[in-house]
Each structure stands twice: as structure tokens, then as C-alpha cells.
Design a protein around this ligand. Sequence first.
Ligand SMILES: *[C@@H]1O[C@H](CO)[C@@H](O)[C@H](O)[C@H]1NC(C)=O
Ligand SMILES: *[C@@H]1O[C@H](CO)[C@@H](O)[C@H](O)[C@H]1NC(C)=O
Ligand SMILES: *[C@@H]1O[C@H](CO)[C@@H](O)[C@H](O)[C@H]1NC(C)=O
Ligand SMILES: *[C@@H]1O[C@H](CO)[C@@H](O)[C@H](O)[C@H]1NC(C)=O
Ligand SMILES: *[C@@H]1O[C@H](CO)[C@@H](O)[C@H](O)[C@H]1NC(C)=O
Length: 953
Amino acid sequence: MEKAPRAILFLLLIVHFGVATTSKGGEFHVGVILDLGSLVGKVARTSVALAVEDFYSVHPNYSTKLVLHIRDSMGSDVQAASAAIELLENHKVQAIIGPQKSSEAVFISNIGNITQVPTVSFTATSPSLTSDSMPYFVRATLNDSAQVNSIALLIKAYGWREVVPVYDDTDYGRGILPSLVDALQEIDARVPYRSVVPSSATSEIITQELYKLKAMQTRVFIVHMSPTMTSLLFTKAKEVGMMNKGFVWITTDGISNIIDSLNPSVIEAMNGVLGVRYHFPKSNELDNFSIKWNRMYQRDNPDESPFNKLSIVGLWGYDTIRALAQAAEKAGISSATNQQPQSIKNSTCLESMVISTNGPDILTAIVQNKFRGISGDFDLTNRQLKVSVFQIINVVGRGWREIGFWTVNGGLSRQFNQTGMKITEPASLIDLNPVIWPGESTETPRGWEIPTVGKKLRVGVRTSIYQELIKTFKDPVTDATKASGLTVDIFEEAVKRLPFALTYDYEAFDSADPPSTGSYDDFVNQVYLQKYDIAVADTTITYNRSLYVDFTVPYTESGVGMIVPVKESMIKNMWIFLKPLSAGMWFGGIIFFMYTGVVVWFLEYLNGNEHIHGPFSLKQLGITMFFSISEEKEKLERVLSRIVIRVWMFVLLVLTSSYTASFASMLTVHQLSPTVTDVHELQKKGEYVGFHNGSYVGGLLLDIGFDRSKIRAYDTPDDLYGALSKGSKNGGIAALVLEAPYIKHFLAKYNKGYTMVGPIYKSAGFAFALPKNSPLRAEISRAILSITGGDTIIQIEKKWVDHNSHQNDDTIDGSDAITFQSFGGLFLLTGIVTACSLFVAVLMNHYKKYQKNAASRGDNQNECGHEKRGESGDSQGEQRDQNINDIEKQEPLQVSHSLNTNGDKLPDSENNDICCRCTQNNKATSLTHIGSEIIHRGDKSTRSLSGSKLVPS
Ligand SMILES: *[C@@H]1O[C@H](CO)[C@@H](O)[C@H](O)[C@H]1NC(C)=O
Ligand SMILES: *[C@@H]1O[C@H](CO)[C@@H](O)[C@H](O)[C@H]1NC(C)=O
Ligand SMILES: *[C@@H]1O[C@H](CO)[C@@H](O)[C@H](O)[C@H]1NC(C)=O
Ligand SMILES: *[C@@H]1O[C@H](CO)[C@@H](O)[C@H](O)[C@H]1NC(C)=O
Ligand SMILES: *[C@@H]1O[C@H](CO)[C@@H](O)[C@H](O)[C@H]1NC(C)=O
């Protein structure tokens, strides 16, 4: 292997030396430094040699001719450097092609800078070789940074969040990292680990490293290594089972560009790998060249593996020669090639080197020469090749297939046209052809895995003060930590819903101690300290905690509320009957009661009602009162007073029914109204407020402005309950401030006499805590959302919360008593009716007096005629009024009569006139009633008796 190329090289050198010495002039000496032991070196050597041959056969009239001096760097920087010096000294080369490696390029391009000899490399891709600091270094290839955006976009397209770069510990390997990490950061992907493989790694070291990677959870790897190391890596990866389902491997163009030349066994191991590859257009010229190249390669490397194929490296080499030949022709051969150095004496080798006088011209000619070569557009304007298109490939079977393209402007797409734009808008999120992933899987890998090798998820649990929420205990048989409660049910349900199996062990935070040791902050901190992989408890999401851990979405309702005693029970109050009506209402009602009574009394008085005759006395007042609440038609003789009473009765009816309704609602609703509705009210009054020990509510209360001495922490719900029942004045508290989920549980236990106010503050609710950037978080959050959004949460809550006992956790405003205003309309009605009646009565009274005076002269006979008419038209109001008027006229007479016959049932009237009798009898009966028993009302038998007598049936 070693000897054959050396021999060929020697031969070549002899040949070229011979040419150089024998030809008359126009020779342009070019040094070529390659690692001829490497695949790339071999491919490149054949390409450049063929390129010179081809070029001058097509351009026979060129006055200059490239003369190649090929040197083997043997993969060593020192060897490459000495080769460069030797070329510059002995052959006075005016340009150097190569070196192959980035590390070699640094020194050689520095020499090139001193001697003004352009160095053109089509293989040194490390971005650390910046063209600014090396003015004579031209990169006829892309730097490795050019592809990082395409890789990042690929990772973004498939939704992977964590990526591990695997790279050689060489200039080449390390060079890509800064830009790769930047690109990954831009798409929000994390690099949890970098796998650096020593450049001299043996297969044991690689296997070890692979096992290390396998034990981690990230499953997406970006491989940026030399072809030999890559081959070794994938062969070993296959052996350790890392080329199975779930793994993602992406190779950079360093390996993808020469993938055709890899050993078939390596390609087989690489099945499922994605790669980014420089895209070059197909052409007839390329095909012809390919045939020639293969023939020549076989001739040059007779015992070389037959799999080595022409790659883009060879094409770049070919085009580089073309660019150089054209530049040489343009710039001409330097006349000063043999220019002597300034001082020969005492000079080292380097100092004695000649300076190429036309170096700058050659450099300019190379840089300005744009043409379309077999590798595509060859444009070195920026002293490096322009990025155009990358091809995304998927290694399948014994080869690869194209799954899409990446262009600078268009991003990833299935197809692209020459302008580099996307042809169509992507129909789906991933506008790429389907990929066959490692393990022959067509399912896009998730990109991470819970490491299964002997490692279970450590789930931290902590007993809550509400054991319905979460409680840890030891299994008496296995002595394993167990947990139960609503929180645990939700967690276990969420794990069940994950799209992958997750094994876990509970680890109790409070194992030996009584349940409240250590605050929740400490508990959450265990996740940050990597004691737990997830913390499952009634942990509230807070700003401070979120600085150290990531939370899932909350699984409970959110908010902070207060529990306060309800107002002192109304039922115990002896004056409770007064409460339904406001004081104004009571006062107004009584005033109207009196007013109506007085008016009715007055109406009856004017009417000459026998019972209310005489001066206004206590007895009369009693009658007045009686009038205003009773509607004894018989006792009220005047229609006007009856109207007044009817209206007043209606008002009373409305009033009593409202009173009843208000009273009933007061007895039920009023019990639940809280004593305090605002937390600031407590603060102003200087009341004590309680909260759960270890809860963040303590800090919240201090933030609100509570004095430290005014807040009291309690450990258990029973303590809280005890303190709350004692009250603020007796060493307890006036209110409890709790997170909403606790309130539910507290009220479920002690709902008698307490109610919830709020939520007074917002809080995010309870959630599980995971380490920062844990990929599990999104999965568990999704599972929690599916639980809380559905019926399952209700089932779980039913199991752990006694729903029957906390129906009244709503806050209810105390209903107000009925005010006078609200019944103003009614009172206005009765007031007006009463006043009008009074007015009418007074008016009529005056009229009567006037008539009486007029009639005292005339006879009494015509009265009967009046009565007759009245009887016949009894239904007509007017006539009834007239009747009344008539009756009223007779009043004095009849009163005296009935007074005489007091106690008798039906006193015969002296007046024998039948038409008068009816009325008179009726009147007499009613008057008898009032007279015999003022308060003894409703003597129906008497009335019906008299009625039956009057109207025989
Ligand atoms: C070589 O000949 C071609 C025509 O065959 C001509 O176009 C070209 O300019 C010539 N080049 C030189 C360098 O003389
Ligand atoms: C590498 O290539 C990219 C794309 O052409 C370019 O933007 C970047 O400046 C280059 N980096 C170096 C160090 O030359
Ligand atoms: C390259 O050479 C020029 C002068 O020949 C010098 O000014 C410059 O500093 C050199 N650059 C490097 C990186 O050596
Ligand atoms: C050459 O170098 C030697 C030792 O470095 C020194 O002694 C001698 O003087 C130098 N000669 C010249 C001509 O500079
Ligand atoms: C490439 O696509 C763009 C946008 O779809 C279109 O405007 C342009 O004409 C296309 N170019 C070619 C060469 O097809």
C-alpha cells in the first residue's frame, strides 16, 4: 500500500522535472500537497493530473503551461510544511494547490503570504482559516459553517430539541462547532453534551464513547469526522445497537460528499443516516470526465478498492486547475522567479526564499475568474466558493436517496429551481421526501429517550397536609415507597398516556420525618440538584421556583383564596323578624297604617258609625287600628272607607308576601355570607391571618403588606381549623389564605360556618417540576392537558374529594332588606286613594249639610221615592251613592232607634214603609254587631241568620 504510490510519485516527479528542465519556457510551476494515503488525496491527485491533461488538450495555443509538483503530506503538518518549503525553494512554485488538511493550511498559507504565492485548497474546510488573516489563501470549497443552517433547519423541521455533536478532536472537527452551536441555538435546540473523539481513537475508545452516548437521553447525533473515523464510528454504532429505531444520525458534507466511495459494509451500517451534501448539477461533460477519471484512477491505483468513486472533491480539484491555468495565462510567467534573496549569508532556509513578483496578479486573476465548471458555478470572488445548494440525502440499502434540498433563500424543500427558490409552498410542515430511519423505521424519531439501561425515572414525592392530594407510605411487604392521592393518580394517568413506556420509582422526600419537614422550595430544589428526575406533589408554580426547574402545565385550578367564617347566624338573633324590612320600611309602614286607620275612622265618623261616635279617645284609636287591618264590610258603612281599606289591604298583601320571601331567603342565604370579603380589610384591622407552613403564600402575604407578626403558619388542616374557630382575638386567626385547590379540600372537611372568598390573587396552580429543558416536560404536559380537558379529571376528583360537602363554596352577597323606596309606588297608591276618599267625604259632608239646611223646610215624603229607585238600580254605583246619601240623612234617627233596641235581633222599625225597611234592617243588623262586640268579629252564624231572615231562600 505504501510503496506503490511512492513509486508513482517518484516517477511523476522525474517526469515533471524532466519537462520543467527541458521545455524552453512558459512553464508555470505549481506545487500540489495532498495526503496521498487518504481517499480524498487519491481522488484529488487523479483529478488534478487529469485536469492539466484535459485543459491543454482543449487549449493548445496557451503560452503558459502548468507544471505540477505533487507532494505527499502523509497526514502530517510538519511533512506538509517541509514539502511546501522544498517546493518553493527547489521548484520556485508560483502557486500551491492544497494542502489537504485545515491544520496544514495554516502554516503553508503563512509561507505563501511571505512569498506572495497563492495557496488554493479545495479540501481545507475549517472555518477557522479565515481569509482575512491569510490574504494568499483561497478556498476552492465551502467552509464547514456553510452547512450548519441546513442541518439546523433539518433538526427544526423534525422537531428535535436536543442534539449531540460527535466530532474529531482535530482542527477540522472542532472548526464547525462554534457556528453549529450558534445555528442550533437559533432554532432553540440544546446541545446537552459534545462527544469529542480523539483523532487517534481506537475502536475500543469509540465503543466506550458510544455506550456513554447510549446511556444519555438525547438520540440525535451530528457526525463531523474524517471519513476513516466515520466508517469506524458507524460500524461500532451498529454493533452497540445505536443504529436501531429511535436514533437519528446526521452527517456533515465531509462524509456525505464522498459517501459513494465508502466501503459497502460501512454504508450498510449507516442505513437510515441523514446527510447534507454539496449539490452539483449533472452534465454530459461530467459524465465524460467521470469515465476518463475512473480509467485513470484504476491505472494510478491498481490495487486500490474498486469502490472509490469520483466525488465533488475531485470536481473541485479539476476546476481549480482550470482556474489556475487561466490565471497563469492571464498573469504570465513571473520574470523574477529567479530573483535572488536580499542576503544569502547567515540566512535560514525560510529567509532565503524568493518572493514571487507576480503573485498578486495571479491571486487577482484566480479570484476574478468566474466560470461554469463541472462542479457548477466556480466563483472564488470572496476567496472562497459561494454557497448555493445542499442536497439532503438518506442512506438506504447500498446507496442513498435524495430527500430534499436546502437553499440559502428557500430553506428546505423537496425541489428547487435554478433561482434557488422553492417551486411550491410546502404542503406539510416537513416538505421533504419520506425518510427511512435507522432500524428500517418510517416513523420520525422523537429525538430523545428515557435511558432504559438500568435507570428508572426517580420520582420525588412528598406527603401533603391534605392527604387526599398526595400521601407517601412504605409498602409493608416490599418496603418500596408508594404514594397515593389525587396528584399521584393524575401523574400515573399521565404516564400511561405517554406515547412510550416510562418506568419510575417513587422516592419520598419526607421519608423518616413527620410530613412537613422541609418547605416545598426545598422539595423542588431536589430536582435542580438532580436528586429527582421529576417532583410530584402539590407544588405551586412560582416565579422563584421556575428559575431552577421547569414545570409542566398545572393540573389543578389556579388562584389564591381566603377562607373566612360566615356571618354570625341570624337565627340566634331575637330581633331577626325585623331584618327583612329596612328601618325606613317599618317606619313608613307604621305611618301609613296609622294614616289609613285615622282616615277610615274619620270617614266612618262622618258617616255616623255608631261605634265611633264621640270624641277621639283610646277606644277610638283601637277602633281605628282595627279598621286599618280588617275589612269587616258590615262594620264599615261607607263605600269610600271600603275602597280605602281594599287598597290598603292590597298593599298589606304585597308587603306580607315580600316579607315572607325576604325572610325565607335571609334564613338560608344570609348564613353563608362571609364576614370579610377583602384581604386588605384584614390588614387594616390588624387581624391575624393563617396559612400553611412551607407554602409560598407566606411570602405572598408579606408582599401584600401584612406585618410579619400578623401572619401565622400552621402545619395541618386541623391546626388551621382550630385557629380559625378561635378567632383573631383569642390567639387564633380571622382568615385563612390558601391556594384554591386546598380550599376545596378544606371546605370539604369543615364547611360548616366557613366560606371561600376569592380567588383574591392569581397563581398558576399545582404542577410537576422537571429539570430545565427536560424533553419529558412537553410530553407530560400534553398528557396532563388530555386528562384535565376530559372526563378523567372528574373521575379522579370524585374519588378523592367529597363533592357533596362543599356545594357552597361560592361567595354570596348578603341580600338586603326591603326598603321603603322599593315599595314607594304602593304607598303612593294607597296614600292617594286615602287622601282622595277623605277629600270626597269632606266635600260630600259639606254638601249634605247644605242640603239638610235646604230640606229642613220641605217634607220628608219624597225620601221614599228615592229609596225605591235606589233599590231597583242597586248595581249602579251612582245610585248606591245616592242610597248612601239617603241613609246618611236618616242616620241620627236610626242610631237612636237602634240604641233603644240594643241586643234585639230585628227591631221593628217604626217606619212601616217597606221600601225603606230593607235598608234599615240591614243597617240595624250591622250596627247591632258592632255594638254588641266590637272586637268579636266574624260572628258568621249571627250574620247568616239575619241574612236568612232577610232574604228567605
Ligand atoms: C487560442 O485559440 C482560440 C481559437 O482557437 C482563441 O479564441 C483564443 O483566444 C486563443 N487563446 C490564446 C491565449 O491565444
Ligand atoms: C463560511 O461560509 C459562509 C457561507 O459562505 C460565510 O458566510 C462565512 O463567512 C464563512 N466563514 C469563514 C470563516 O470564512
Ligand atoms: C501577510 O503579508 C503582508 C505583507 O507581505 C503582511 O503585512 C501581513 O501581516 C501578512 N499577514 C499574515 C497573517 O501574516
Ligand atoms: C552568522 O551567524 C553567526 C551565528 O549566528 C554569527 O556569528 C555571524 O556573525 C553571522 N554572520 C553574518 C555575516 O551575519
Ligand atoms: C423558480 O421559481 C420562482 C418562484 O416560484 C419563479 O419565479 C422562477 O421563474 C423559477 N425559475 C425557474 C428557472 O424555473
